[in-house]
Design a protein around this ligand. Structure first.
Ligand SMILES: CC(C)(COP(=O)(O)OP(=O)(O)OC[C@H]1O[C@@H](n2cnc3c(N)ncnc32)[C@H](O)[C@@H]1OP(=O)(O)O)[C@@H](O)C(=O)NCCC(=O)NCCS
Length: 204
């Protein structure tokens, strides 16, 4: 008879306990402060690609800065106000997804994401955000998941569309960036749309 202890021994314990499969060779794991060096190495590799859209891609300039950022995210998670996860592809950190706002009492949260250029085009962020959306609605009873993006960020808009989100409008000058303020489009998915995709919600 199969002994469950043998099964557990034969697989990597971290994979069992702390990761979520996204696709072949790709997984989502908590991105915690102890991974600061790995996160900083990722930023250095992907900086040029991320810098036009993501402020921390420029403002984090060393491992200590990466650790401070991940500690800030961990503190937000401890307050139930945010969460950050990395995306690993064939063992290498290639991106991430985040609840950059999580207001449990209000039932509203905002998701964001990023990828290294070599990891684009495989559906990894769509799968990762879909898992975040599922968790927000199913386990946390949220009413609304938001996605904010610049009008020029066509790949980001495509993610929102793929998730069945609706464009609600433009938030003028809402985003403070290094070089000034920027407009952001507001996209969202409601719990009712998630549960009834034909109403315009997520295509699963
Ligand atoms: C925004 C960003 C995360 C989107 O990355 P992406 O790779 O286009 O998105 P996904 O990982 O969901 O992949 C979708 C692509 O994979 C393809 N794909 C392959 N298999 C797929 C699958 N099973 N499911 C969905 N899409 C799949 C899709 O066709 C699409 O490719 P296409 O755009 O060439 O048609 C990325 O461009 C990025 O990091 N940009 C810089 C940072 C940034 O702008 N972040 C967002 C700020 S709001």
């Amino acid at each position: 008879m199969l002994d469950v202890r043998d099964t557990v021994k034969s697989v990597d314990l971290e994979s069992v306990m702390l990761s979520y499969p996204l696709a072949s060779g790709a997984e989502l794991r908590a991105l915690e402060p102890w991974r600061a060096a790995e996160f900083f190495a990722f930023i250095v590799r992907a900086r040029e690609h991320l810098a036009p859209w993501i402020p921390w891609a420029t403002s984090i300039t060393d491992v200590d800065g990466a650790r401070r950022w991940l500690k800030h995210c961990a503190e937000e998670q401890a307050r139930d106000e945010g969460r950050i996860y990395g995306i690993w592809l064939d063992g290498e950190l290639v991106g991430g997804v985040v609840f950059q706002a999580f207001r449990a009492r209000a039932g509203v949260c905002e998701v964001g994401a990023w990828l290294a250029p070599e990891a684009e085009g495989r559906g990894l962020v769509t799968a990762g955000v879909r898992r975040m959306v599922e968790w927000a609605f199913e386990e946390r009873g949220m009413a609304r998941v938001e996605w904010r993006t610049e009008p020029a960020n066509l790949r980001s808009i495509a993610v929102a569309r793929r998730l069945g989100m609706t464009r609600e409008g433009l938030l003028r000058q809402v985003f403070r960036f290094h070089d000034g303020r920027r407009d952001l489009e507001m996209w969202s998915l409601l719990d009712s749309e998630y549960r009834t995709p034909s109403v315009g919600g997520v295509a699963v």
